[in-house]
Design a protein around this ligand. Structure first.
Ligand code: FAD
Length: 290
């Protein structure tokens, strides 16, 4: 089923993002996490796409199992990293065979150790190239794209970044999922700017629970998300007093409040970056009205 149609039918909703575990031995544990999250009734579940070749096969296998074994509506992420027309056709053909109807079309980040993104192919330099290619060859797939409330770090300006988002959607993207952010006003400002620019697609806010101070500092810098100073101070105090366990308690409580506020103020749903952690997600959605 196409996610855009599901979004029309059910609002607000929760959706969940997973990453494929690197090691095969970790798969049983991973599917155990998925099972624990069935009661969340996610509108859809998405699976990330890594920079390495073998992880593409994992993305494929996991989305198929999420559909066939658990009855979940999956979305496979797909990037331009290492892309060629034939490789993309191979991936999409396998998705079609597995009955997967949804793809998140992305450019991808520079592989580890590389500072800037160097396209592997002239055909796939921006996410919009992937959207246009998929739209032409697989017209029935529902395509999501990424949006950036705080602007993509490489963008020339917020205006141009928004123009690129408009372009991806005009070429055939049906909705956007946002990069993580910690100040909901940033999201609502972004949606207002998008609407003023003529974008009418649903914009699903992405919410990440902070579970470790060191990793969020690294990751937020990488993706251009800012941490409000009061929140950062709270996380630092928790880290000093009780390490990761204390940080996670603060981070989960913050994500729960963030999700509640987003839905209360009219977001169509919340997309939770689960980090493959069942308890954190269950705690975030407890008491959430959707
Ligand atoms: P684009 O839309 O191509 O934009 C990238 C940059 O180029 C922006 O600065 C944009 O303004 C600019 N730009 C766009 N089009 C043009 C143009 N025509 N001319 C000039 N400049 C242009 N990464 C992964 O590797 N795997 C994943 O599974 C994954 N999942 C993600 C899920 C979500 C919800 C989000 C928000 C991000 C995800 N990412 C993932 C990260 C993503 O790949 C990076 O943020 C990447 O740097 C940009 O991807 P994009 O699709 O937004 O790129």
């Amino acid at each position: 089923v196409r996610i855009r149609e599901l979004m029309e039918a059910r609002r607000p909703f929760v959706s969940l993002e997973f990453f494929p575990p690197k090691e095969r031995e970790a798969w049983d544990g991973f599917f155990g996490v998925v099972e624990k999250l069935i009661p969340v009734r996610p509108l859809f579940v998405s699976v990330t796409y890594g920079a390495g070749g073998s992880t593409h096969a994992h993305t494929l296998e996991i989305v198929s199992r999420l559909k066939t074994a658990y009855g979940l509506e999956p979305m496979a992420h797909l990037t331009c990293v290492g892309a060629s027309k034939d490789k993309i056709r191979g991936f999409l053909g396998a998705l079609a065979q597995a009955g997967v109807d949804n793809v998140l079309a992305l450019r991808g980040d520079p592989p580890k150790g590389q500072e800037t993104f160097v396209p592997d192919s002239e055909d796939f330099q921006h996410a919009s190239d992937l959207v246009a290619f998929i739209r032409a060859e697989y017209p029935n797939l529902c395509l999501g794209v990424a949006g950036y409330p705080e602007c993509h770090p490489e963008a020339v300006s917020p205006q141009e970044d928004l123009e690129h988002l408009r372009h991806k959607l005009a070429l055939g993207g049906s909705f956007a999922v946002t990069q993580l952010f910690f100040d909901n006003d940033r999201y609502f400002d972004f949606v207002a700017r998008a609407r003023a620019a003529g974008i009418d697609a649903p914009m699903v806010p992405g919410v990440l629970p902070v579970l470790s101070l060191a990793s969020i500092k690294r990751f937020a810098a990488l993706c251009g998300a800012s941490l409000p100073p009061a929140y950062m101070a709270e996380l630092e105090a928790a880290d000093a007093a009780g390490g990761n366990a204390a940080v996670a308690e603060v981070g989960i409580a913050y994500a729960r409040k963030q999700a509640q506020d987003l839905l209360r103020r009219g977001a169509p749903g919340v997309h939770l970056y689960t980090l493959n952690k069942a308890e954190a997600v269950l705690s975030i959605v407890s008491g959430l009205e959707y």
